[in-house]
Design a binder for this molecule. Structure first.
Ligand code: NAD
Ligand code: IPM
Ligand code: MN
Length: 351
């Protein structure tokens, strides 16, 4: 029996909706496999601001640090867009959680499910066999540089240290070693000095991995290659902002923003798990959000933070069964509500 003690941060918009569906699935898994499930639920983002607290209340952060396993819905939305800097949900909660917990390695998969290939806007031949992972650097770059306004305008500084590039490159090469042994490093080294350092450092790290092929692509070209030859990629290694943009693009290959989970990891077991999508204000409160990305994030938490592989696989099989049977939300052409998808997956796991 494992004590699945984690920090649950539903957040804003569709965050609590997809979160509830994922909690239903986690409860079913814990019952089925005989584990204790203990979710420490806390406020984060706009929900914390509305309660008169900081975007990242101390008790939310302390819980996250203590449990070391965090399941997060999404933060932000138009209601808080007038706020500035660290008063905003994104800059005041999500970014400090990542930075203060040193969650520098963000893993986002792109492997279109067979049942979804015909839902994507690209031709079947561009999608069959696609199976790559984006290794996104998450605690450096332009997100965390000095930013502000002066008399002429505004600025955002982009900095990377050699050590920051080295450690994320090592994660990418280690992962590629267990997969198809190819790393595609994406940068803008024809313009940016940080990208020149990125490329030089990645080339150095690659020397320790003679079995892994290394390719370099410029980010603008990469947006095109991802749509025309996605099958060629195995591990895509890139910096913070490029990884943010490229993974939303990758979601189009998978049929919806609502199916891609992510894990943000450090050197030990600490991990934060969240969908790549946001709070989707346009559909929030309507039961329309696809919960699969959140359910799969919960599955990754079980596997990576608690070592519960069979439990994680049971969820993944149930997700595939839901997709095969069309038990899905409207973004995938189905008719089910968010919670109905969660219930369907939970009963499949229990059955
Ligand atoms: P978004 O990802 O919230 O939504 C983009 C589009 O995808 C919308 O049309 C939305 O309806 C759709 N979508 C997203 N998730 C879906 C799901 N699970 N099921 C069905 N459709 C889904 O991006 P946005 O609209 O640019 O941002 C909205 C807010 O979310 C912003 O405040 C942004 O800062 C925040 N955001 C937060 C996170 C996070 O907390 N991790 C991530 C991205 C964006
Ligand atoms: C994501 C989001 C965040 C990011 C925002 C909300 C700060 O877009 O996790 O992809 O840019 O990292
Ligand atoms: Mn994003």
């Amino acid at each position: 029996m494992t004590n699945i003690n984690f920090t649950y941060l539903p957040g804003d918009g569709i965050g609590p909706e997809v979160g509830e569906a994922a909690m239903t699935v986690l409860t079913a898994v814990a019952d089925k496999f005989g584990h204790d499930l203990n979710a420490e639920q806390h406020l984060v983002g706009g929900a914390a601001i509305d309660a008169g607290l900081k975007p990242l209340p101390d008790e939310s952060f302390e819980s996250a640090r203590r449990t070391g396993a965090i399941l997060l819905g999404a933060v932000g939305g138009p209601k808080w867009d007038h706020l500035k800097g660290e008063d905003r949900p994104e800059l005041g909660s999500l970014l400090p959680l990542r930075k203060r917990l040193n969650l520098y390695a963000n893993i986002r998969p792109c492997k279109p499910y067979p049942a979804l290939i015909d839902k994507a806007p690209l031709k079947r031949k561009r999608l069959e066999g696609v199976d790559f992972v984006v290794m996104r650097e998450l605690t450096g770059g332009i997100y965390f540089g000095d930013k502000g306004r002066d008399e002429n305008g505004a600025y955002d500084e982009c900095r990377y240290s050699v050590a920051e590039v080295e450690r994320i490159a090592i994660k990418a090469f280690d992962l590629a070693s267990t997969r198809r042994k190819k790393v595609t490093s994406v940068d803008k080294s024809n313009v940016l000095e940080t990208s020149r350092l990125w490329r030089e450092t990645v080339i150095e790290v690659a020397k320790d991995y003679p079995d892994v092929e290394l390719e370099h692509l410029l980010v603008d070209a990469m947006t095109m290659h991802m749509l025309t030859r996605a099958q060629d990629f195995d591990v895509i290694l890139t910096e913070n902002m490029f990884g943010d943009i490229l993974t939303d693009e990758a979601s189009v290959l998978c049929g919806s923003m609502g199916v891609i989970p992510s894990a943000s990891l450090s050197d030990g077991k600490m991990g934060m798990y969240e969908p790549i999508h946001g709070s989707a204000p346009d559909i929030a409160g309507q039961g329309k959000a696809n919960p699969l990305a959140m359910i799969l994030s919960a599955s990754w938490m079980l596997r990576l933070s608690f070592g519960l592989t069979a439990e994680s696989e049971a969820i993944e099989r149930a997700v595939e069964a839901a997709l095969d049977g069309g038990h899905v939300t409207g973004d995938l052409g189905g008719k089910l509500s968010t919670q109905a998808v969660g219930n369907w997956i939970a009963s499949h796991v229990s059955g």
